[in-house]
Design a binder for this molecule. Structure first.
Ligand code: HEM
Length: 428
């Protein structure tokens, strides 16, 4: 019998995941998974096997499913593999009791307490400081006509911003920059240096929290820092313990750092690759409008978001996701980057359209673990992109796209460097 090649096309080969090519452009592989194996058991580079969920509808449902626990104790792997939640070095530093690792009722209690201190209002009041930081960083390279936007801009902005917000004294912030740099550079690599950095950060935070608690005034002063706000926050008479406050600061730093670096890096890169979209944004900013900036930052998150995979979840009972049975103890990874390009949910999902309005992307997650820092991330993303495009209007890539290298950690995806050139401005 002959096989008609038209009606029986050869099945597309299973794409290789977690290679360098994949890190540079994972989207064709995600399209394959969505179509052929939307919930697929996959061996990760660490050797752990997990279910990858790639369709939007399944992803959204899984993110909010209470049968999927965030507590690594539910993982069926041997004890040594537990705790791999994407936060390097956290086990060694005993920082397990943070929001991304716990379920209700503990999660509900901690989230309520932190939400009393980390309010949208506190973030809004912080806007002038973020603008000052953004301008200050651009001032350092504007006259040179070239820069590496990752190291000189995207990387320092979020760490200084979160340090300021927390109330880490300015003279200590460069230590944080170094510790965070170690974590971002070697997150998936040598554990020793990362563990040492996390340990130092934890020791420093514990001391700072202790000191701030001892010196806390009876009434909050205007512009009080977030650590003092966390110490002060109470819910039905309950406060955070010093340990919980340290773990909370750590998760805010960790969750708010590399994510925002990648939003600025991936976002700027996407704009440089789409000159017509970038022109639209520059024109609207020049006209004093912010609506396109707002929809645009959301679209950049959908199109090439910083968080490729949501953090780990573990099945607490047998369940089905997208028709696939998942057993108790199985790890589940929701692939946000794949879900946000699902043609079942988004029109022309592979097109960058800054005007897109029907854009309920999953870049900040969904459900009870929805990103607590989204208002701050939006503030930083908007300030960074608008200021870059306004002050350096002819910004362009200094190398071929193919020469750029991506950091493909498991959870996050972002550029290692982003060399650009532009007409020099000012003389500082
Ligand atoms: C949670 C994305 C910036 C703090 C999350 C989650 C995502 C996310 C996807 C949910 C993870 C899951 O369900 O497994 C992002 C992106 C950011 C960003 C794309 C930047 C563009 C920030 C910032 C902060 C922050 C600036 C704080 C300073 C948190 C915290 C959680 C979280 C504390 C845990 C919330 C919980 O478990 O209740 N983020 N994030 N994030 N994010 Fe963000």
């Amino acid at each position: 019998m002959t096989v008609d090649p038209v009606s029986h096309p050869a099945p597309a080969p299973v794409p290789e995941l977690f290679t360098w090519e994949f890190a540079a452009d994972p989207y064709p592989a995600y399209a394959w998974l969505r179509e052929h194996a939307p919930v697929r058991r996959t061996r990760l580079p660490s050797g752990v096997e997990a279910w990858l969920v790639t369709r939007y509808a399944d992803a959204r449902q899984a993110l909010a499913d209470p049968r999927l626990s965030k507590n690594p104790a539910h993982h069926d792997e041997p004890a040594h593999a537990k705790g791999r939640t994407g936060i390097p070095g956290e086990r060694s530093a005993n920082l397990m009791t943070h929001l991304l690792n716990i379920d209700p009722p503990d999660h509900t209690r901690l989230r309520r307490l932190v939400s009393k201190a980390f309010t949208p209002r506190r973030v809004a009041e912080f806007a002038p400081r973020v603008q000052e930081l953004t301008d200050g960083l651009i001032d350092r390279f504007a006259a040179r006509g070239s820069a590496d936007l990752i190291h000189e801009f995207a990387f320092p902005l979020p760490i200084y911003a979160i340090c300021d917000l927390l109330g880490v004294p300015r003279e200590d912030q460069d230590d944080f920059r170094d510790w965070a740099g170690m974590m971002i550079r070697h997150g998936g690599g040598p554990r020793g240096g990362v563990a040492r950095s996390v340990k130092k950060m934890r020791g420093y935070l514990a001391e700072l929290i202790h000191r701030k608690r001892a010196e806390l005034p009876a009434e909050p002063a205007p512009g009080e820092d977030l650590i003092s706000g966390l110490i002060r926050a109470s819910d039905h008479g309950e406060h955070l313990t010093e340990n919980e406050a340290a773990a909370m600061c750590f998760v805010l730093l960790f969750a708010g750092f590399e994510t925002t670096v990648n939003l600025i890096g991936n976002g700027t890169y996407a704009l440089l690759r789409h000159p017509e979209q970038r022109r639209l944004l520059q024109d609207s900013l020049a006209a004093g409008r912010t609506d396109l900036l707002e929809t645009g930052v959301e679209e950049l998150l959908r199109y090439d978001g910083p968080v490729e995979l949501a953090t780990w979840r573990f099945a607490t009972e047998p369940l089905t996701i997208g028709g696939q049975r998942v057993e108790t103890g199985d790890p589940v990874l929701v692939v946000l980057a794949a879900a946000d390009r699902d043609p079942e949910r988004f029109d022309a999902p592979d097109t960058l359209d800054l005007t897109r309005r029907d854009n309920q992307h999953l870049g900040y997650g969904h459900g009870i673990h929805y990103c607590l820092g989204a208002p701050l991330a939006r503030l930083e993303g908007r300030s960074a992109l608008a200021t870059l495009l306004t002050r350096l209007p002819d910004l362009q890539l200094a190398v071929d796209s193919g020469d750029l290298r991506w950091r493909g950690g498991l959870i996050m995806r972002g550029l290692r460097t982003l060399p650009v050139t532009f007409t020099p401005v000012g003389d500082s």
